[in-house]
Ligand binder design. Structure first.
Ligand code: HEC
Ligand code: HEC
Ligand code: HEC
Length: 122
């Protein structure tokens, strides 16, 4: 098979190369923009859970980042980096998910009636 070569002069060739480099630079910029955007999701992001009869729970990424927590403190050893089905209060009280920290040691505990509304809002 013969590869057809478009007859182009020296100047046009350079133009083509410039354009190719331009495309590469543009692709890199887009990639960087996307990466920065993905990272920005964490602190600024809120994740909402229905929370059953106790009222909805809004997890605030910024509130947690402000306490010095890093993405890797939660992802992915405690939570996947993806909104899931939600959690069970019994599991949280047993020290899973939010309860990994909200156990009265690292953060306020979850089984005190006075603290329910720190997470649950009606
Ligand atoms: C204190 C714990 C915690 C920290 C720290 C944390 N996250 Fe999350 N993140 C969560 C929870 C909880 C969810 C929801 C998981 C679920 O629904 O199972 C979540 C969900 C996400 C999601 C998916 C959101 C969606 O709507 O699908 C992304 C993306 C994410 N986190 C990114 C980050 C990044 C980036 C950082 C660091 C800047 C970060 N998180 C820090 C707890 C945390
Ligand atoms: C650290 C935050 C936090 C605290 C404090 C907390 N909860 Fe929850 N609770 C949650 C989250 C998160 C869910 C899961 C919500 C979902 O997935 O819809 C939940 C779910 C629930 C549910 C839904 C049904 C079930 O069993 O999972 C009930 C009822 C509930 N909590 C009651 C309470 C009561 C009562 C208290 C206080 C004694 C309390 N919660 C304190 C975060 C908290
Ligand atoms: C890696 C540890 C960690 C996990 C996991 C975690 N938290 Fe927290 N959370 C903290 C710390 C630390 C604070 C600040 C200390 C305190 O308020 O006791 C805090 C504070 C909060 C506050 C108060 C925010 C404010 O504005 O002051 C709420 C509400 C809260 N967490 C909800 C949740 C919910 C809901 C989950 C689960 C989806 C969760 N947290 C999981 C560590 C964690």
């Amino acid at each position: 098979m013969e590869i057809s070569v478009i007859p182009v002069g020296g100047n046009t060739m350079k133009g083509g190369e410039k354009m190719r480099i331009g495309v590469i630079v543009l692709s890199l910029l887009i990639l960087v923009a996307f990466t920065v955007n993905a990272l920005a999701v964490g602190p600024g992001k809120t994740v909402e859970f229905a929370g059953g009869s106790a009222g909805k729970v809004v997890f605030d990424g910024k509130a947690h980042a402000d306490k010095g927590l890093k993405c890797t403190d939660c992802h992915s050893k405690i939570f996947p980096m993806k909104k899931g089905e939600g959690f069970k209060m019994a599991d949280i009280n047993a020290g899973k998910s939010c309860g990994t920290c909200h156990n009265g040691e690292k953060a306020f505990k979850t089984n005190d009636q006075a603290d329910c509304n720190k997470c649950h809002k009606k």
